[in-house]
Every structure is written in structure tokens, then in C-alpha cells.
Design a protein around this ligand. Structure first.
Ligand SMILES: [Zn+2]
Length: 517
């Protein structure tokens, strides 16, 4: 940390020394792009001051308190300029989803929790279409398990997981040693193709064996990559509680040495977060590499056929009055739920597991997950669909007004800035930004060195930059009208190219690059 600070101040000093341009006309347009006069905040070095940023060939080439010249100049006066947000948890790997996330300040959106298989095919598909923001994938343990148990071959998209909801053999059966070896071989292939770790949707196959979970952690340790786990169970009631599931993850991290990331702590821990936070903080204090993320909503979104909505699920989520399922604002009763589980098990729905808008205690529980020390903010953004559930993909923009997804798909980061930083002042602006930039970068950078150049505003870093109005930045999407872009992002740059300029999408800009091992 100290070394980084020292290096940073030397680099700034270097840039500032160049800045008063000598009378040499060759220097008049020194930079490709200049982001001028914003309040530049770099969570790693602690820089917080008015600066101009000079960008050359996609990288930050100067950070200066005196004016810089560039071929393109973006005025950031009165705006906060920060590293672009890094989303560790983005299922909507389509062009419209990426654009919605760009308005939320996201410059890197990674599918790590589900992951995918085959990994190479997923990267190739995105590269063919192009993306405004950076993208990347983990190798999917669950896809491998479904493939082995059901004889279905995954094609590199989340629709494989939706289609698999019509079968249940993969959800509870124990894998034999031979099956486990074949599942691990598939996952290992994904790691060899550049996957950013192992996605572990444990909660969708909660009956898998402890030895299989151990094998996954061992494989992650062997490759030096993290696991990203949607933990088993999602229940406040023992046995088969979320607490038990997270204790399992702690034990796997301890015994294998693997880095183990826990996805959406808010929706896993729900009202048991006080005890679960103690469990995880204790593990972290003893040096285990267990990390967390959360999103600032008391509702999740998943397939209606998910195992967690079977049996006494309302009690397991902490009470019948609070665990409401809905589709675009229309609630399910038990009868319509049973029909949907039977007829359309792969359909996306919204599940309110807590009611922070109605119950003060729920707001406190949610806050504890979102504000977990050193936790990342991550969206769990979903693909956008028509009201009938058809995926919206390709060059569709703007989204149709009735497009459906959980509003976190458009507004996680701006909502966090509005609610937790500006209005309720739970965190300073710098600390809030750190949780969306440096914290996620550090979770990845030991195994994906590209990430050392992201999540920072420093000379030499990738020019993934947001310039936003701290007084107005906010979500607009709601559960009934989710398809509304967030407001407040004036300029968003990815690898030095503006994808949002003066608040407008630059539709043909696709500077996103793969993040890959
Ligand atoms: Zn999940």
C-alpha cells in the first residue's frame, strides 16, 4: 500500500512536471482524450482533488493539476471522476444488458457466479458481437454437473441453466467418484480456456456431496483461482441453513487454501446476517481468503423452478409475509406458483426475501450485508426479457418500455451511491467508490493480472473511467418499471473510448475487451 502510494505520487509529480506545455506546437494535442477538471478520486492512493486526466492508447498517461490538451476533451467540471465500476456478478451478457450497466457506471461486467461452459465459446460469441464494456467468464461447476448428470451439452449461455430447470436429477444426487472426476475435468477444461475461476451455483444443486464440493475447492487451489459461490440452502432455519452453507465454505477455504468468494451475501444471509457476519469476519481475521459481495436490494431474481421455492420455503426465507414472489409487480399465490413451477420452470421472477422499504429491521439486516467490511458491491444483473420471457438481445436500443429484469440490472451502483453514500451517509464517497472498484479488482488480480490495471485512477492504469454528478446520481428503475437507465453518469470511458458522452450512449462504441487468464 505504502509502495503504491509512493509510486503514485512520483507518477503524478512526473505528469505535473510535464504539464506546463513548453512552446512546442507538437505538444499542443498531446493526448487522445482529456477528461478535464473533475474531482478525481483514486481509492488506492487516496488522491482526491481537481485534476485533468490525459489518455493515450487506452491508458491513463497523465494526471495533472494544470490543463492538458487533447484531440477530444470531455469536461468534468463539478463531476466526480472515478475508476469505472467492476461488477463481479453479471448474468446479462447481452448487448442491451451491457448498455444498461454502462449507465450504471459499470465498465467491466463479469459472469463469475454461474460461470459458463464451454468458456472459449462464450468469449468468442461476445467478441463477435462486440461490447461497450469489458467482459469475462468463470468456468461453471454447475454446467459441468448438469452435463454429466443429464447428458445435456452446454453452449456457453445462461439459457442452458434455464433449460435444465425441466429436469431435477442434477439437483440432489450424489456424484460417484468417477462422475466427480468427469465433472472436474470439464471445469478444468474451462480454466485452461482462460476462465477467471470457478462459478459454483451450489444453491441450485443443494444435494451435491461434500466431497464433490471439496474437489471443486481443491481444483481452484491447484490453479490459484477463486471460486464464486451461490451458497447452498438460503434458509434461516437449521438444519440446511445458510449459516451451515457458509461454514462449509469457510472450512473449504481453510483446508485447501483456495480463495473463496461468496456471492450476494444479502440474499444468502437475509435475517441471519449478524451471526453469519461474525462467522465470516472470524475467518477473515484468521487469514482465510473468504470475500463477499452484496447488492442494495431486499429482493432477488431467479428462475421460478429453483429448488429454494419448494417445500416450506416461506418459513425458510424467514417468514410467510415477507417472502413474496412476483413477476413484473404481479404476485404469485401458492396456486399460480405451482402452475409456473410446472409449466415454465425456467422463467425469471423476482423474490422479495426481505422488505427494507416496509420493515426497519429488514433495512438494518440488508445494510449489514451491503456494508460488510471490505465487501464488494456487485449487481447480479439479469438478462432483459420481453413480458413473455423472451430474451432481448442484439443491437436493440433503447429497451422496450415493458422490458423485464430485476432493477438491479440497471441500477445497483447508482442506487448504492444515492442511498448509502449521499442520502444515508453510511460510507464516505471514497470508501463507497473503493467497494465498486479496487475491492473487486483485488479479488481477481492475483489470478488475472489484467485487473491490476483496473479499479484505479493512476498513470499506467487502463482508462476505464466514470465522470458522474454526485448530487443527482441515482437509479430510476423500479420493480414494476425496471427498464429505465440510471441517471447521473455524464461520461463513461472504457479503454479510453467514450461509451457514454454528455449523458448519451455512443451507440457504435464497442471498446470492451475480454478479461481472461
Ligand atoms: Zn446467485
Amino acid at each position: 500500500m505504502l509502495a503504491a502510494l509512493l509510486l503514485h505520487s512520483l507518477l503524478i509529480a512526473g505528469a505535473e512536471a510535464q504539464a506546463p506545455a513548453p512552446p512546442n506546437p507538437a505538444n499542443r494535442e498531446d493526448f487522445d482524450v482529456v477528461v478535464r477538471n473533475g474531482r478525481v478520486i483514486d481509492p488506492e492512493s487516496g488522491l482526491d482533488g481537481v485534476r485533468s486526466i490525459g489518455i493515450r492508447e487506452g491508458r491513463i498517461a497523465a494526471i495533472s493539476s494544470t490543463p492538458l490538451r487533447g484531440r477530444t476533451v470531455l469536461d468534468a467540471s463539478g463531476l466526480v471522476v472515478a475508476p469505472g465500476f467492476i461488477d463481479l456478478h453479471a448474468h446479462g451478457q447481452d448487448l442491451p444488458a451491457a448498455r444498461m450497466q454502462a449507465f450504471d457506471g459499470v465498465t467491466t461486467a463479469l459472469e463469475l457466479e454461474a460461470g459458463t461452459l464451454p468458456v472459449a465459446a462464450a468469449y468468442e460469441a461476445v467478441a463477435r458481437e462486440g461490447r461497450p464494456i469489458n467482459y469475462g467468464f468463470a468456468a461453471s461447476w454447475l454446467f459441468a454437473r448438469i452435463a454429466e448428470k443429464e447428458g445435456m451439452e452446454p453452449g456457453g449461455a445462461i439459457s442452458f441453466f434455464q433449460d435444465a430447470q425441466r429436469r431435477t436429477g442434477w439437483q440432489h444426487s450424489i456424484a460417484s467418484p468417477e462422475e466427480t472426476a468427469r465433472i472436474m475435468a470439464r471445469v478444468e477444461e474451462g480454466l485452461k480456456e482462460g476462465g477467471l475461476g470457478i462459478g459454483v451455483l451450489a444453491g441450485y444443486a443443494p444435494g451435491h456431496g461434500r466431497k464433490e464440493a471439496f474437489a471443486v475447492a481443491q481444483l481452484a487451489a491447484k490453479y490459484g483461482v477463486p471460486t464464486y459461490t451461490h451458497a447452498r440452502y438460503m434458509s434461516v432455519i437449521e438444519p440446511r441453513s445458510s449459516f451451515e452453507a457458509l461454514a462449509e465454505i469457510v472450512s473449504l477455504a481453510a483446508s485447501t487454501g483456495a480463495s473463496m468468494h461468496i456471492n450476494h451475501l444479502n440474499s444468502i444471509a437475509t435475517r441471519d446476517i449478524p451471526r453469519i457476519a461474525e462467522l465470516l469476519r472470524g475467518a477473515q481475521a484468521r487469514g482465510l481468503r473468504v470475500t463477499t459481495e452484496a447488492y442494495p436490494y431486499g429482493a432477488g431474481s431467479t428462475v421460478v423452478g429453483a429448488e429454494l421455492f419448494r417445500g416450506n420455503w416461506r418459513e425458510r426465507l424467514g417468514g410467510a409475509t415477507s417472502a413474496d414472489l412476483e413477476l413484473a409487480g404481479v404476485p404469485f399465490d401458492d396456486a399460480t406458483l405451482a402452475v409456473a413451477q410446472e409449466k415454465t420452470p425456467g422463467a425469471w421472477i423476482v423474490a422479495h426475501f426481505m422488505r427494507p422499504d416496509r420493515v426497519a429491521a429488514d433495512q438494518e439486516f440488508l445494510d449489514q450485508s451491503v456494508l460488510m467490511p471490505d465487501g464488494a458491491i456487485a449487481s447480479d444483473a439479469m438478462p432483459w426479457t420481453s413480458p413473455k420471457g423472451d430474451r432481448i438481445q442484439g443491437d436493440v436500443w433503447p429497451l422496450p418500455e415493458d422490458a423485464f429484469a430485476h432493477p438491479r440490472s440497471a441500477s445497483t451502483f447508482t442506487r448504492f451511491l444515492r442511498d448509502y453514500v449521499r442520502e444515508r451517509r453510511k460510507l464516505s464517497l471514497r470508501e463507497g467508490l473503493r467497494r465498486m472498484t479496487l475491492v473487486p479488482a483485488r479479488i481477481l488480480e492475483a489470478s488475472a493480472p489484467q485487473m491490476k490495471k483496473k479499479g484505479r485512477l493512476q498513470v499506467g492504469a487502463d482508462a476505464d473511467i466514470v465522470a458522474f454528478d454526485p448530487a443527482t446520481v441515482s437509479e430510476r428503475g423500479t420493480f414494476t418499471r425496471p427498464a429505465q437507465t440510471a441517471v447521473g453518469m455524464r461520461h463513461v470511458l472504457v479503454n479510453g473510448t467514450a461509451i457514454i458522452r454528455d449523458g448519451e450512449l455512443v451507440r457504435d462504441a464497442k471498446p470492451g475487451r475480454p478479461i481472461r487468464r
